[in-house]
Design a protein. Structure first.
Length: 302
């Protein structure tokens, strides 16, 4: 299969698990070795692998690397049972460490790595008896942690709730203006939704909000604020005028730039009076620059 850089495939997930790191190849390998897998997506920022039961359409998104498994015409190669067992063992170890992190157990050491490759290599170097012993040690440690902390809620829904609240806060901070129950900042509302939704639906919900936020932030904030759009356009015009009239190095800094998105973001976080004062300060500086140049030309003439 050929990896699709900067592409996400949404929907039809039948397995999601944490691998960690920016290397997508372990996710690709999991799809290759699983007969149920037809395509896959790896979320590099979250280190999460998603296996899909069909070939769903790809969409551009810098968050991810995806791929489609090609049907093999030749007879399948023999799979080393040790490699297959260690793939399962490493994924189970990653799941255990996800629980360790989510429950804030603080368990550390080689048994609690976030690196799939490191865990898989450890398994291949160990005897079956040692693998079983280490799996049991992880299980007992997590059980002890849960008894101490008394946590009973679903770890999956806890993660979904915290991710959803973070996205809702970004929506407000970025003035994106997205509304609806999926954009609430109430953690318990998201947890209740999670408890009645499927794993694929949860993944699609998070990915969909992430894509909307990326598009909003890329354009500098929310849509529909005509006053800030006008302010940003005027600020760029004033900057261009300063360059054209050669006003000099004093006309520098964040208020003197051709980055319209930066002016727009500044406008969204300041009052109308502050915006008007900033625009007037630039205009006064331009007027003074023009007067200075006229006086210079007059002196040069005589």
């Amino acid at each position: 299969m050929a990896a699709e850089q900067g592409q996400i495939r949404l929907g039809n997930d039948y397995a999601q698990f944490y691998i960690g790191g920016s290397d997508w190849r372990p996710c690709e390998a999991e799809c290759t070795s699983d007969a149920s897998c037809k395509s896959w997506t790896y979320l590099t920022a979250q280190g999460q692998c998603r296996l899909k039961s069909s070939v769903v359409p790809a969409r551009p998104n810098a968050c991810c690397v995806s791929g489609v498994k090609q049907e093999q015409q030749a007879a399948p190669a023999r799979v080393n049972p040790d490699e297959r067992d260690c793939s399962t063992w490493a994924n189970e170890a990653l799941d255990a460490n996800n629980r360790n992190i989510a429950d804030q157990c603080g368990l550390a050491g080689p048994l609690w790595s976030r690196d799939y490759g490191e865990l898989n290599a450890r398994c291949l170097e160990s005897s079956p008896r040692r693998r079983d012993r280490e799996s049991e040690e992880r299980r007992q440690s997590l059980d002890a942690c849960q008894k101490v902390t008394g946590r009973t809620r679903s770890l999956v829904c806890d993660h979904y709730g915290r991710m959803s609240v973070a996205e809702a806060q970004t929506n407000v901070a970025g003035h994106c203006g997205f509304t609806g129950p999926q954009w609430t900042a109430v953690y318990n509302d998201h947890v209740r939704f999670c408890q009645s939704a499927g794993a694929s639906q949860l993944g699609d919900q998070i990915a969909g909000r992430e894509q909307q936020l990326q598009e909003c932030l890329a354009r500098g904030g929310g849509e529909g604020d005509q006053s800030c759009q006008s302010y940003a356009a005027q600020a760029v015009t004033q900057f261009v005028q300063a360059i054209r009239e050669r006003c000099g190095p004093a006309f520098a800094g964040p208020q003197w730039t051709d980055d319209q998105a930066a002016h727009y973001r500044w406008c969204r976080s300041h009052s109308p009076a502050e915006r008007e004062s900033q625009a007037q300060t630039r205009q006064s500086a331009l007027a003074q620059c023009g007067e200075d140049r006229r006086q210079f030309r007059l002196i040069f003439k005589f």
